[in-house]
Design a protein. Structure first.
Lengths: 340, 275
């Protein structure tokens, strides 16, 4: 009880402090404002205020929307146009060939294999990252010394450039690297393992490395969700004699659902999108074991020089993701409570 | 041993394990970049460096094009950062502070573009930029990076913009300030940590970007650090010292910038999903 009271006092004090600061800045701002416009246009404001205000509002958003339209919407449409032609290298004219590219893809084995690998990639990453992120978030949610430090710097592996991640793990996993040294000195293996040499171990290694990179992002998001759960619920549950496990299943998980929904949707799309880490670690090999759809798109366009075909793969992938997103929203969206 | 004691020990072990997994590889890479070549490839790895040399850094800056890559990356990341902050603060102000009809809808559109997989745009953007004559130009990378950072920046700003009381702006409006002035003199100073986080997010993301940079840039003189470094991975027969030094220099700006805004950065990162 006294704890709650203390927190209340604290937040009041904080509010007072920040109000003082805001007052200061506001005075400052008003001084400036007076300087800049000596004549307040009160008359006009009264008559046209509302409409002018709205127009101004859209003007604020317009630059970004136009930018996105030019660099996302327009390319998206031109990808569809390109996928209906037979362009090989950019700049060369293409002939309209209808749906030929699509027909070829849908009957090609390598497309469906990549499709399957992309699903395996997304699922594998989701499983590893979710587990790691939950463990990390539950640990970071406790009180301990250095908690602030840990909560911030856990994100380190997510903010460094991919190429750095690639160098780190290529080195640690190389035949004379630390990981092999540890495995050998523990007598788990007699000779160094070539992690990227065999299809299965290469795919598993790339998934684990990518998960190592991304799980902190997920962890801090889950942590923020955990902190938004009122502490009183846990106290009440503890009074009623609920065990830690019961509290997790009955309070934590249900209340985290909105956060998990966003993570599930956005995380899947971002995870599908991963290209550089795979390309730089394995180049899609060995024997195409790590050629997911993004790798296939890149490879088709820039090493096989079949631009239109790559565009068709992009369109099909986009379609698949769109269907996934619709289904996910339809079935996984957190249910709104009545009346809210 | 009682239960609370056991919990404390378990917690401490957990925290150490967590930080070890994330931070240990970085420690090992950075310290090893100062080791002599024979120590780097020694059969038994050394946790604490037994030798000290700057030769890998010397080689990196003298014998490779790395300084050029650094300058190019700096140009791309700064340019993208400025444009991203400009576009995203304007949009965030319109979206969160002006109660426009349809702003929820516009917000969703911007969210979708954030989650939109960039790889699907690789081919058409390549085509579009080559028609504009921007292939092998740093400007192309600036444009791309703004596209892929600005939507998330708008999302990040939400947490900072929505907490500032509307009365402040009303007071300014009474004094005759227009909306742009309200944004510049009230919103931006009050949400400074948020704006700084967004700026650094844009800088870091652009500094890191590999896929578009590898396709849109053709000449070595225009390469950015990630592509240049990736080139070194393949180019020489594996010179680990050089690569470790390269990795250390590449992540240095990221670490410095992140340490400036770490807390509000993480706050902004997660607020979008929670609220």
């Amino acid at each position: 009880m006294s704890l709650i009271f203390e927190r209340f006092e604290c937040s009041k004090m904080f509010q007072r402090c920040s109000l003082l600061k805001k007052n200061y800045i506001m005075n400052h701002a008003m001084n400036h404002a007076v300087h800049l416009t000596p004549r307040p246009p009160m008359f006009k404001r009264r008559f046209f205020g509302l409409r002018r205000n709205m127009l101004a509002g859209y003007l604020f958003i317009a630059p970004l929307l136009l930018w996105l339209a030019a660099t996302i919407l327009y390319p998206l449409l031109s990808a569809i146009a390109l996928s209906l032609q037979d362009v090989r290298i950019i700049g060369t004219p293409g002939k309209f060939i209808g749906l030929d590219n699509y027909a070829r893809l849908l009957s090609s084995e390598s497309f469906w294999q990549s499709f399957g690998r992309s699903i395996a990639w997304v699922v594998g990453n989701a499983v590893v990252q979710t587990l790691a992120a939950f463990v990390a978030a539950l640990i970071l949610n406790q009180r301990f010394r250095g908690q602030q430090f840990a909560r911030i710097w856990i994100i380190l592996s997510w903010i460094v450039p991919t190429v750095v991640v690639v160098i780190i793990w290529r080195w640690l996993l190389s035949s004379s690297g630390v990981v092999n040294f540890l495995l050998m000195s523990l007598h788990l293996t007699n000779e160094p393992i070539g992690f990227f040499g065999a299809p299965t171990s290469a795919a598993a290694s790339v998934i684990l490395i990518n998960a190592w990179r991304w799980f902190p992002f997920m962890a801090v998001t889950v942590l923020a969700g955990l902190q938004s759960i009122p502490q009183e619920l846990y106290e009440a549950a503890a009074v009623d004699g609920a065990t830690a496990i019961q509290r997790f299943w009955r309070i934590t998980l249900p209340l985290l659902q909105p956060v998990l929904f966003v993570l599930g949707l956005v995380g899947t799309l971002l995870s599908f999108n991963v290209f550089d880490i795979i390309w730089l670690l394995t180049g899609g090999g060995p024997s195409n074991a790590t050629t997911t759809l993004p790798v296939l798109i890149y490879d088709t366009a820039f090493t096989k020089y079949r631009l239109s075909q790559a565009a068709a793969i992009s369109v099909l992938s986009g379609l698949a993701l769109f269907i996934f997103a619709l289904l996910f929203i339809r079935f996984m969206a957190p249910k709104q409570e009545e009346g809210s | 041993m009682n239960a609370s004691m056991r919990n404390r020990i378990l917690l401490t072990l957990g925290v150490f394990f967590l930080l070890f997994i994330v931070i240990a590889p970085f420690y090992y890479v950075v310290t090893s970049s100062f080791k002599a070549p024979q120590e780097i490839i020694a059969r038994t790895p050394t946790l604490i460096p037994q030798s000290f040399t700057l030769q890998h850094y010397e080689k990196l800056f003298r014998a490779s094009n790395f300084p050029t890559y650094l300058i190019n990356s700096l140009i791309v990341a700064s340019g993208a950062m400025l444009l991203c902050v400009l576009l995203s603060t304007l949009a965030a102000y319109g979206l969160y502070r002006m109660r426009l009809p349809g702003s929820q809808f516009l917000f969703r559109i911007i969210l979708i573009t954030y989650a939109f997989p960039g790889v699907l745009l690789l081919i058409p953007l390549y085509g579009m930029l080559s028609q504009l004559g921007l292939i092998d130009r740093l400007l192309a990378l600036i444009i791309i990076n703004v596209t892929f950072t600005a939507p998330f920046a708008v999302w990040m700003l939400r947490a900072f913009f929505t907490t500032i009381p509307l009365e402040l702006e009303e007071a300014a409006a009474l004094d005759g300030a227009n909306r742009l002035q309200a944004l510049t003199y009230i919103m931006l100073p009050l949400s400074a940590p948020g704006v700084a986080s967004v700026a650094i997010f844009a800088f870091i993301t652009s500094w890191t970007e590999y896929m578009f940079a590898s396709v849109l840039i053709l000449s070595d003189a225009n390469r950015t650090v990630p592509v240049g470094l990736a080139g070194i991975i393949g180019q020489y027969q594996v010179d680990w010292g050089l690569l470790l030094a390269g990795a250390t220099v590449t992540m240095l700006p990221v670490l410095i910038l992140f340490s400036l805004v770490g807390r509000s950065f993480v706050e902004g990162l997660t607020a979008g999903a929670v609220k």
